[in-house]
Structures are given as structure tokens and as C-alpha cells.
Ligand binder design. Structure first.
Ligand SMILES: [Ca+2]
Ligand SMILES: [Ca+2]
Length: 153
């Protein structure tokens, strides 16, 4: 399954040039940073991070039930393969399970939006390595993977 429609939905919400979708990781991180930095002051503050996480959540919650189900996240972080044989299928499923567990999104019943957004404070504190209350482009580049899953590719 292609992830492009999801990606387009997420990125159009924050107005990121289409070129970012296929860009290499550092470029992608930079473009996403620009989108998250709504007031354009060169840093992401907590309010901007909260707003950004909400946009990402809404884009990934494809059935709009207010929860991120493992299925919704799984296809995004490890795409399926057309014509995969059972062995490959199993590998894909295992990799999804590992990543979902790592990200705290493996709950079969899904993660509700408020719980997901609640995690932002801790994530932000981790990202803000120099503790100045804002995430710089350099700090953002380091945690881009944690932020996450949640950056649609
Ligand atoms: Ca800002
Ligand atoms: Ca959902």
C-alpha cells in the first residue's frame, strides 16, 4: 500500500513543499522543522510542538475515531509489499510490532488522542537538549526519528 495519500494529507495541513516528500532525511527534517515553526522565529516552542503533534495525529488517524490503532501506524512505519510471500509478510509484521512497541503504540485498542498529546511534554523535554525552552533545528534533527513515527514520510 502506498503511503503517499496519508503523507500528502499530513503535509498539506502544515504546508510543506511536495519536494520534501522524497527528500533525503536531513532535508526532510529541515523542511518539517520549517512547517512546525509557525511563527518563523527559528525555534519550535512547546505550543508549536503541541500543534504539530496534533496535525500528525489527525493525519495518521485515518478512520477518525480519535485513536491511533496499531494498524494505522504500522502501515506508515513499515509499508506493506505487494505480492509478498508469507515469509516476507511475517517479517513485515514482526518489524511493525517491534517499532510499535518501541514507540508505545502497540496497544491493540489504540492510543487515544489525549494520551498521545500528553506525551509531547516528555518528548519536548528530551528534544530540548540545552533546556532553553525551545527546540532548535539542530536539536530537532537529532530527535526527528522519535518525533516520530509521527513524521509521515
Ligand atoms: Ca517558533
Ligand atoms: Ca484511529
Amino acid at each position: 500500500m502506498s503511503r503517499r495519500p496519508l503523507l500528502a494529507a499530513a503535509l498539506s495541513a502544515v504546508i510543506v513543499p511536495a519536494v520534501a516528500q522524497a527528500a533525503p532525511e536531513p532535508v526532510r527534517a529541515a523542511v518539517i522543522f520549517l512547517a512546525a515553526d509557525r511563527n518563523g522565529d527559528g525555534a519550535i516552542d512547546l505550543a508549536e510542538a503541541d500543534a504539530f503533534r496534533e496535525v500528525i495525529f489527525d493525519a495518521i488517524d485515518t478512520n477518525k475515531d480519535g485513536r491511533l490503532a496499531p494498524q494505522e501506524v504500522g502501515v506508515l512505519i513499515v509499508p506493506g509489499k505487494e505480492n509478498a510471500d508469507p515469509k516476507e509478510q511475517e517479517k513485515i509484521a514482526k518489524r511493525r510490532e517491534e517499532l510499535l512497541t518501541k514507540l508505545g503504540l502497540a496497544k491493540p485498542e489504540g492510543v487515544p488522542k489525549d494520551e498521545y498529546l500528553d506525551r509531547n511534554g516528555a518528548l519536548f523535554a528530551t528534544a530540548d537538549a540545552d533546556k532553553d525552552g525551545a527546540v532548535s533545528p539542530e536539536e530537532f534533527a537529532v530527535i526527528v526519528e522519535a518525533y516520530g513515527v509521527l513524521l509521515p514520510r
